[in-house]
Ligand binder design. Structure first.
Ligand SMILES: Nc1ncnc2c1ncn2[C@@H]1O[C@H](COP(=O)(O)OP(=O)(O)OP(=O)(O)O)[C@@H](O)[C@H]1O
Ligand SMILES: [Mg+2]
Length: 262
């Protein structure tokens, strides 16, 4: 039996507008294609519509105009089978153990509690949280909670991972460590990633492509460094003059839209 090959394009946002009820349009004529396996980072000032774009791709919102297709499928009700969405904030359920939080996507698919817990424990171990499986989320640090939320999104094992500021609100050192950890975890998975971040270094380090959302549309598009990194330590990459030039160019464009982002 032949294994079906995935479509070459994972996500198409085809001239999409989005206006919330009784509000001016947030997105106007956003056009974007994300090839299968690409890691795309979306940056832009607060309120420019980054989460809105992720929610549209995830099928939580319907476009006011235009069309979205994921893996060639325009039916939004099929989105949960194509996409795992890690919303802004870790959204861990406080009354569940860490393990049961991570097991939620499997339980929602009808996997038995025993099997789901076993797979959640294995994923937590992979994420360095094996000792915390039976703890409550409130017992974890912010960085550990975000790793657990990532473990939950990864366990969903969907071809498209949508992550809204997955490493937001972490201190710089923890953030750097988790970026390295995530980079290793994503290497060679073939998953398509659409990630929102405020951090330009993070966008360049974790993505193959970085886009800037401004004035309701895609206002900039640059190559990222995920595949160019090739095992080099982050300190070396951050000191690379080409990396510094890419960062400076993106910051200059962001500054043009009224926000200084580091
Ligand atoms: N449910 C909603 N109803 C009405 N307006 C909304 C709703 N959700 C978001 N908005 C508005 O849409 C705009 C874009 O919001 P969105 O959350 O997509 O921005 P963002 O780029 O993700 O911002 P941040 O970086 O602060 O997370 C904002 O002006 C926001 O107030
Ligand atoms: Mg947001």
């Amino acid at each position: 039996m032949s294994v079906p090959t995935p479509p070459a394009v994972a996500v198409t946002v085809d001239h999409v507008d989005l206006a919330y009820p009784k509000s001016p349009a947030v997105l106007t004529d956003v056009h974007l294609t994300v090839p299968t396996g690409e890691h795309l980072a979306v940056i832009g000032r607060s309120g420019c519509g980054k989460s809105t774009l992720l929610h549209l791709i995830g099928g939580l919102l319907a476009p006011t105009a235009g069309e979205i297709s994921v893996l060639g499928d325009t039916d939004p009700t099929a989105r949960p089978s194509h996409c795992a969405l890690m919303p802004q904030g870790d959204s861990m359920l406080p009354w569940f153990s860490v393990r049961d939080n991570v097991a939620v996507p499997l339980r929602n698919r009808g996997v038995s509690r025993r099997v789901a817990r076993g797979r959640a424990t294995a994923m937590l171990e992979r994420c360095g949280l094996g000792d915390w499986a039976t703890s409550r989320p409130s017992e974890l640090s912010g960085g550990m909670r975000q790793r657990a939320a990532l473990a939950r999104a990864l366990l969903a094992d969907k071809p498209v991972l949508l992550a809204d500021e997955p490493l937001g609100a972490l201190d710089a050192i923890t953030r750097g460590e988790i970026q390295d950890w995530l980079s290793e975890l994503l290497t060679g998975t073939g998953a398509t990633l659409v990630m929102v971040t405020h951090d330009v270094d993070e966008a360049l380090l974790l993505a193959d492509r970085v886009i800037l959302l401004a004035d309701g549309a895609v206002a900039g598009d640059w190559p990222g460094w995920f595949s160019r990194r090739a095992g080099r330590p982050r300190s070396e990459i951050l000191a690379d003059p080409d990396f510094a030039a890419a960062r400076a160019e993106i910051l200059r464009c962001l500054g043009g839209y009224g926000e200084a982002v580091a």
